[in-house]
Design a protein around this ligand. Structure first.
Ligand code: CAA
Length: 246
């Protein structure tokens, strides 16, 4: 049984969807979770739901795309709790469009949140984790990092997250900090529910297990990577996609 008692975890983008599933799982395993999102109402309600269940969480409204905001998230968490054990970089958006129709703003916004946002949190987190000589960073990439029709911006950002993860794992390994990426396949959330019906069917047809995943499927993998049992796993890119091949 995984027990994260005494651990302090930040989960970005955890007001709803996949991030909320991750926050609930880490809290269920007794971590104190800093529920962070741009969405103030969702941030408070996820934290409230955790506290109401007898577990421990606090809301923190932050915009990971702004470096000052991300820095505040990390530094205030460390100030308050004296350490930072786990960071899950989950915050992400999509603005799907075929490349020939893609507006520059759709490109830039997705890169700002999904790639620069991960850097903005990891940079101050890495300073703290180097100092404390311990830590777990888990970045949410995507099966799309290998290419997906309509997602030039999203795939590029998620591929960038893989490179960032691998480099950070090399730099931080000797400091006892592990850095891994998870590539969810097609997970049932508001984001995937928004695709056209024919695309939904097409995506599910590419999944060996014949169904979309659930946030808990990804959260279980994150729980393992956060645990003592995963202390020797770093620099890995792990697919959680029911055997999906895009
Ligand atoms: N594979 C192959 N071909 C595809 C395709 C796919 N997944 N999706 C669309 N196409 C084809 C269409 O069949 C069409 O072909 P023709 O021109 O020969 O008819 C062509 O691409 C253009 O498609 P549309 O007519 O749909 O073009 P559009 O401009 O109206 O819309 C789109 C394009 C916005 C990209 C729309 O197709 C769409 O939303 N696709 C879904 C993109 C997607 O997979 N998003 C994943 C969201 S989930 C997520 O992001 C989480 C994660 O981590 C995976």
């Amino acid at each position: 049984m995984i027990d994260l008692n005494g651990k302090v975890a930040i989960v970005t983008g955890s007001a709803r969807g996949l991030g909320k599933g991750i926050a609930l799982k880490l809290a269920e395993l007794n971590a104190h979770v800093v529920v962070s999102d741009l969405n103030e109402e969702g941030t408070s309600s996820t934290a409230q739901e955790i506290n109401d269940s007898g577990k421990s969480a606090e809301p923190f409204v932050a915009n990971v795309a702004e470096s000052a905001s991300a820095k505040r998230l990390v530094e205030e968490t460390v100030q308050k709790h004296g350490k930072l054990d786990i960071v899950v970089n989950n915050a992400g958006i999509n603005k799907d469009s075929m490349l020939h129709k893609m507006e520059e703003s759709a490109w830039q916004q997705v890169i700002d949140v999904n790639l620069t946002g991960v850097y903005n949190v990891m940079q101050p987190a890495s300073i703290q984790m180097r100092e404390q000589q311990a830590g777990r960073i888990i970045n949410i990439s995507s099966a799309s990092w290998l290419g997906n029709v309509g997602q030039a911006n999203y795939s590029a950002a998620k591929a960038g997250v893989v490179g960032l993860t691998k480099t950070a794992s090399r730099e931080l390994g000797k400091k006892n900090v592990t850095v891994n990426a998870i590539c969810p396949g097609f997970i049932e959330t508001d984001m995937t529910r928004a695709v056209p019906e024919n695309v939904w069917d097409l995506m599910v047809s590419k999944i060996s297990m014949g169904r979309a995943g659930k946030p808990e499927d990804v959260a279980n993998c994150i729980a393992f990577l956060s645990s003592d049992q995963a202390e020797y796993i770093t620099g890995e890119v792990i697919n959680v996609g029911g055997g999906m091949v895009l």
